[in-house]
Ligand binder design. Structure first.
Ligand SMILES: [Ca+2]
Ligand SMILES: [Ca+2]
Ligand SMILES: [Ca+2]
Length: 453
């Protein structure tokens, strides 16, 4: 009797941990604010910074000089005037949807640009006239870089059981280019904004735990390699493991945020003090600019703290038989070869809330060759054109609740979770084939599991 109740206790405790995808900081919410809450276990002092960081994340930056000096400096070239314009409700962005009005075009997508070659740090080389990012907006007096839209090519296929599916592949169409044609061999990469949850936990995963899963030459012959990206850390002035961005091209949240401030909004910081105007962009260079960085170190720090304690919502449907069967299939199909189930994070002295946490992010944080269909034809540090970082799957069932859409993958081409799976190729081909071979009921069980994350 005692043994039985002990066993039940152990079992419920195990289920309990698994439910807390983001460790002790996980929150219980399925509403539109599910991605916007501070980690449950975060300190009082961090919660204070969280409030300030939250307001800076939602601030609409304005053209300088303005009356509130701390919140001006927008542009000259930019994509949006706030972080939350793209990371709406700290959630996932999407390409222009079918019913988008002209003004809504590209509200949460950006296009990285480069030409062949690398700079001294191994970073991609900027396109000479447009820089490293296409900025479709600008302040008065400075020409915006141009317009762009996405058009889709549809292909149809069917499962062995006869069910038909279709996939759409995006193509870019630029117009009104203000600074001449792109250099002939320019490479473009379309990327949607990722959800902001659990980032501090991902940063706290021990580097050794990530690197030990690398298998660049596929020595174990399972068809899956997995490589780390090594990228430039501008503070430490050395190459470091890349963790953030769709190609793991940023080493940490601090640098990711500072580069977002500059690249996406036009806000300079101590780390990136120069406005990004190319030599072809004369009006941009001449535009009014304050001599000091446009965001202070303190404000940047508060945005960092905010970004590092946004909580992961708990998993739902923990006792739903179909979701649990789907979880089993997920493992059987070897999806976990890349979507690594769990870690215990290392120690982040500044963030005890993110330290020693058992988390279930479903990512190995490594790059994988995903085939020609997903290739963006633009390398990024060590990441090749076909390589992408395995994205964490926590929270993917909540995009509908938070952002009112269900677009997935780096450019948001997948219109639902199933389409995201069907795009898997390259190293993930045999997993994809396993999925295709499932019965319709089993496919629905897999989706039910993923939607419970
Ligand atoms: Ca500026
Ligand atoms: Ca640009
Ligand atoms: Ca392998």
């Amino acid at each position: 009797m005692i043994l039985v109740s002990l066993l039940t206790l152990m079992l419920t405790q195990k289920a309990h941990t698994q439910e807390f995808t983001g460790g002790e900081g996980s929150v219980n919410s399925v509403t539109g604010n599910a991605f916007s809450l501070p980690a449950k276990n975060s300190s009082t002092i961090h919660r204070k910074s969280f409030m300030i960081g939250n307001s800076l994340f939602n601030t609409n930056w304005v053209i300088a000089p303005a009356s509130v000096k701390t919140l001006d400096g927008l542009g000259p070239l930019f994509n949006a005037n706030s972080c939350s314009a793209c990371h709406f409700k700290d959630g996932r962005g999407h390409p222009p949807l079918e019913d988008a009005k002209p003004g809504e075009i590209f509200t949460s997508v950006l296009i990285r640009l480069s030409v062949p070659g690398k700079d001294i740090h191994g970073a991609p080389l900027d396109e000479p006239s447009y820089g490293g990012q296409f900025n479709h907006r600008s302040i008065i007096g400075v020409p915006a870089e141009g317009d762009v839209k996405i058009i889709y090519k549809e292909t149809k296929d069917k499962f062995p059981d006869g069910e038909i599916y279709s996939l759409i592949k995006p193509q870019l169409e630029f117009s009104k280019l203000a600074y001449g044609d792109f250099q002939k061999d320019t490479m473009f990469s379309v990327r949607v904004s990722p959800q902001m949850i659990g980032l501090g936990l991902l940063e706290a995963i021990k580097e050794s735990d990530i690197l030990k899963k690398e298998d660049p030459n596929d020595k174990d012959h399972d068809g899956i390699s997995g490589r780390a990206n090594f990228v430039w850390n501008y503070t430490k002035k050395r190459r470091e493991l890349g963790r953030f961005g769709w190609k793991a091209n940023q080493p940490d949240i601090h640098q990711q945020n500072a580069s977002a401030f500059l690249g996406d909004i036009g806000i300079t910081s101590k780390l990136f003090p120069q406005q990004s105007c190319t030599s072809a962009q004369l009006e941009c260079k001449k535009a009014y600019s304050e001599s000091t960085p446009e965001i202070s170190e303190k404000d940047l720090k508060d945005v960092e703290i905010y970004s590092k304690i946004l909580a992961v919502p708990i998993r739902r449907n923990m006792d739903d038989a179909d979701a649990l069967k789907g979880e089993k299939l997920f493992k059987q199909m070897n999806c976990i070869a890349c979507h690594t189930e769990s870690y215990v994070t290392g120690i982040d002295k500044e963030f005890p809330e993110n330290s020693k946490q058992k988390i279930y992010p479903y990512t190995d944080m490594l790059l994988h060759e995903m085939g020609e269909g997903l290739a963006d034809n633009r390398p990024d540090f060590d990441a090749t054109v076909r390589e992408w970082r395995t994205p964490p799957l926590w929270g993917i069932g909540l995009f509908k609740a938070v952002n009112n859409h269900t677009r997935y993958l780096h450019d948001g081409r997948a219109r639902n979770i199933q389409e995201a799976i069907l795009w898997h190729d390259g190293e993930a081909l045999s997993s994809k084939n396993n999925y295709v071979q499932l019965t319709k009921t089993e496919r629905q069980q897999v989706l039910k599991f993923l939607e419970s994350l």
